[in-house]
Design a protein around this ligand. Sequence first.
Ligand SMILES: NC(=O)c1ccc[n+]([C@@H]2O[C@H](COP(=O)([O-])OP(=O)(O)OC[C@H]3O[C@@H](n4cnc5c(N)ncnc54)[C@H](OP(=O)(O)O)[C@@H]3O)[C@@H](O)[C@H]2O)c1
Length: 266
Amino acid sequence: MKIGFIGVGGMAQAIIGGLLKAKTFAPAEITVHSHREESYLPYAQAHDLVAAKSNAAVAANSDLVVLAVTPNVAQAVLTEIKGQLTPAKTLISIVAGLSLADMATLIGADVPTLRTLPNVNVEVGAGMTATAANAALTGERLTAALRVFDTIGSTTMLAEEQFGVFSALAGSSPAYIDFFIDSLSRAGVKHGLTKQQATEIAAQATLGSAKMVLQSHKIPFELIDQVSSPGGSTVAGLLAMEEAGLMTAVVKGIDATIKRDAGETD
Ligand SMILES: NC(=O)c1ccc[n+]([C@@H]2O[C@H](COP(=O)([O-])OP(=O)(O)OC[C@H]3O[C@@H](n4cnc5c(N)ncnc54)[C@H](OP(=O)(O)O)[C@@H]3O)[C@@H](O)[C@H]2O)c1
């Protein structure tokens, strides 16, 4: 199985880095091309990838063709590679806002197509990727396309109308979670820890708590109750955070993200 990337910007590099680390593909099975040679050639050489001379050559040389260009050129690039996109290939798009219907209009509905929205954590093998497949992508072909993202994190099949809320919850949230980690860490510094110690402690506690939610299959409130002893310090801290509006602040932040993403203004 060979995979090709059209566009090797930040997101494609995060995915390729994750795939190489997980050994899902050997470097010789990965072909790349982008707009400027000075951008894709040194990248391909540094990682022993195959550098194609055109976008069409990437599509011709790959079973899985990943469209990873900026949204403003996506439609033009699809038109450019249309001749190579036979039903024997699978197109995987990571382009935000480009729907399955948009792609079918340009390349035909018979090309197996997966629309995805990965988040930046794919780079460390802990990504969260939303996916939606067209009717032509089923069975083993669908499994092979999903495997690209399953090996660098988790995937979830979503209706395309839910990509907006997914984008806020998984695409933007790394920034919000980093903000939370930094806030915890600053509190540690306030009480005498160095910033480095406090950041490491806060990040590891956040990572472990996320794993507990996923692996225990308990809702977060059950886990909160487990560590909140009656009359204890944890419940005192929780109530103080809630008095300052933590949950409302988070929901308002997600609301604002979704609103802005949908192009709405106040
Ligand atoms: N960043 C994220 O967190 C994120 C998350 C989910 C989805 N996405 C989606 O991922 C896509 C890429 O985002 P990014 O952050 O990686 O952007 P980026 O760093 O700006 O990279 C864009 C890439 O597109 C290439 N490109 C532009 N025009 C091209 C053309 N005509 N033919 C071939 N390649 C062309 C650029 O090539 P040169 O460098 O050679 O100019 C560059 O490699 C976007 O559609 C975005 O919506 C991004």
